[in-house]
Design a protein around this ligand. Sequence first.
Ligand code: NAD
Ligand code: UDP
Ligand code: UDP
Length: 319
Amino acid sequence: MNKPTYRRNRVLVTGGAGFLGSHLIDRLLERGDEVLCVDNLFTGDKSNIDHLAGNPRFEFMRHDVCLPLFVEVDAIYNLACPASPIHYQHDPVQTTKTSVHGAINMLGLAKRLKVPIFQASTSEVYGDPSVHPQPESYWGNVNPIGIRSCYDEGKRCAETLFFDYHRQHDLSIKVARIFNTYGPRMNAADGRVVSNFVVQALHGEDITIYGDGSQTRSFCYVDDLIEGFLRLMDIGPEVTGPINIGNPNEFTIRELAEQVLAKIGGKSKLIEEPLPQDDPMQRKPDITKAQDVLGWEPKVQLDEGLDRTIAYFRKVVAG
Ligand code: NAD
Ligand code: UDP
Ligand code: UDP
């Protein structure tokens, strides 16, 4: 395993007011970095970064990454993009623009400053995969014209741009393919499965399983994911990725619902609703590369991660 060889000081995090971005910023500030958070607050929320107000090493800028950005930083984490299906399908054209124009602008910024840049890519680049689990070498099975395409193809094009800037302009790039992640500060209203099930159970409402619940996902706890981001960015520039970061423990959606209900109790029933179009049937990362190259693997398993997430949503629901 390679040892981390460099550390940065003033760090730009786009999408920093969102779920993952706000956790990343906490970790960067904890280790002494300065952070500039750039976010247009489309899906993010100031409440995710309220606790940082008054920290002299933290700054917030409301800005859309589709527009050029001229700032001076030592490293860039590009996370800006709506991430859940209901949000990214709300304005699909804007979603593609955010991934593509956002990547171009942030890559242009990184090129001018000659600083490393990290891209929050996604397991969605594998589409509805025909190879299982998914290694980074798998090229994916993506519908280019479906309702998920704005997100999937936008992220695929962003990866293309990252690798072309790397080859053409010698930019140091870091591409992480993130698998389903959950934890405190997930948006309760963004329709993602963990937040939906937990909030439904806490309200005593029925738990909505789409389809028959036999589709699978592998859920990574947010703290583990952020540790993977930092390791990828801190390791030498020869490591570009793409690299899968996720938890390989795979569950069916029905198993997840049962586990949430067993933990929260109450009168909720499991009900079935139609499966959304192009919903992938299975997803599980092959994390051999992250283990070998970054010495990274997830530590928090679903049982413990769900307890922490439920504790967070209990406070949210209580107001
Ligand atoms: P999120 O919606 O909580 O955060 C995204 C942030 O980006 C929000 O704060 C939003 O306001 C901001 N944003 C959106 N469009 C923008 C724009 N044009 N300009 C500036 N800011 C903009 O989602 P998240 O779960 O924190 O996801 C963060 C990143 O990780 C995204 O790029 C997402 O695609 C990727 N990702 C997340 C997951 C996951 O399971 N959470 C999985 C794969 C990939
Ligand atoms: N860009 C930016 N900040 C910078 C430098 C560039 O936002 O500090 C944007 C710029 O507006 C451009 C994009 O990044 O549209 C790509 O920049 P690049 O230098 O690669 O391309 P060019 O400017 O030659 O089109
Ligand atoms: N899902 C579900 N009930 C819900 C929300 C989601 O059964 O209330 C399913 C969804 O159809 C998908 C899986 O859970 O099969 C994960 O959905 P999510 O939107 O969280 O993530 P993604 O589909 O992007 O992996």
